[in-house]
Design a protein around this ligand. Structure first.
Ligand code: NAP
Length: 310
């Protein structure tokens, strides 16, 4: 069978660390091009400074778009219109409207559009969803605290409008919560803390409502946390079960005891799903995490804090 020739557009941290090895793990994919404006692609693979030249000359079947989200829509639209299947890094865009438009284009052309949420691909997340199905939720506490200097060194785009600020990691937590909570989730209240010199928040405190719960549902995102990450989701059911996801969805505890789960790993699982979607010429478009972030900005109160210098 002819390999699926795939290009990676936006060749930064996540492209190098996760996409390249995951693509290499599937013989059905061939990494045929990289896109980097500065020519910093993968050694031995043709590199294009402009995605339109890549579309024209690289004879691709598919692309993975790993740029910052603010430029993803135009690139993805050009790729879909050229007949290329598209995998989008998270978040899939900077507005719900542009991702909905991409889904429409993909549907009309019978191309695959895959909005990935890598933390959802953890097997512990699927196991937690099964445990919580049909339950009433007594409480949920999400803690997503990390050091922005450690995880986003020199990434100025995250502070710009459309850069998401602390929601760049926080949306990972929301993608898990959207997947495992047995019912719809709405943002009720949001306190957004902005450094005086930045356009995006450095911290956010959220509270939610859900038809599956009468209890407190909260999330705390904070980028001012040095000395190790805290990426945990604690959920207690009215029936008395305690479901805890740790390490960003990588580990599951049930009633205080570790619950081992096995799987391919986040990015290998995503590329396996991408292959299935391409084979079936289907799309998978999950807007729930982006909608929760958009709603947090809609209902949020803004407070200012001291300027942030990288
Ligand atoms: P990054 O290291 O800044 O890489 C993004 C790359 O995109 C840059 O190397 C840059 O390459 C290119 N780029 C930047 N601005 C561009 C523009 N205006 N137009 C076209 N290309 C542009 O960022 P990253 O950490 O890899 O994150 C990229 C995406 O992956 C984000 O949406 C992020 O949320 C997601 N993600 C990141 C991580 C992580 O741990 N870092 C984890 C999961 C998901 P050139 O300058 O060479 O063109």
């Amino acid at each position: 069978m002819r390999p699926i020739r795939i290009g990676i557009i936006g060749f930064g941290k996540i492209a190098r660390e996760q996409h390249v090895p995951s693509i290499a793990g599937y013989p059905r994919f061939e990494l045929a091009a990289t896109g980097s404006r500065g020519g910093n692609g993968q050694p031995g693979v043709p590199c294009f400074a402009d995605h339109r030249a890549m579309i024209r000359d690289a004879e691709l079947d598919a692309v993975a778009i790993c740029t910052p989200p603010s430029v993803r829509y135009e690139i993805a639209r050009d790729c879909l219109e050229a007949g290329l299947h598209c995998l989008l890094e998270k978040p899939p865009g900077v507005s719900l409207g542009e991702v909905e438009e991409l889904a429409r284009i993909a549907g009309a052309r019978e191309m695959t559009l895959f909005t990935t949420w890598h933390t959802q691909a953890n097997p512990a997340v699927g196991a937690a969803a099964k445990l919580l199905a049909g339950e009433r939720i007594a409480s949920m506490e999400v803690i997503w605290h990390e050091d922005v200097r450690k995880w986003h060194p020199g990434q100025d785009w995250i502070w710009e409008p459309g850069g998401f600020g602390v929601f760049d990691p926080g949306i990972n937590a929301l993608s898990i919560v959207a997947q495992i909570l047995p019912g719809a989730l709405f943002v009720r209240d949001a306190e957004l803390t902005y450094p005086a010199n930045k356009q995006s928040p450095i911290a956010a405190e959220l509270s939610f409502a859900s038809p599956a719960s009468d209890g407190a549902l909260t999330a705390s995102f904070d980028w001012r946390h040095s000395g190790g990450e805290a990426w945990t989701i604690d959920i207690r059911t009215e029936a008395g079960r305690h479901v805890r996801l740790l390490d960003g969805g990588g580990r599951l505890e049930v009633d205080g005891a570790p619950r081992p789960v096995e799987g391919a790993g986040e990015y290998p699982a995503l590329y396996g799903q991408f292959l299935d979607l391409i084979d079936e010429r289907r799309s998978h478009v999950d807007l729930r995490p982006l909608r929760l972030v958009a709603d947090a900005f809609l209902v949020g109160r803004r407070t200012a804090t001291e300027p942030f210098e990288d």
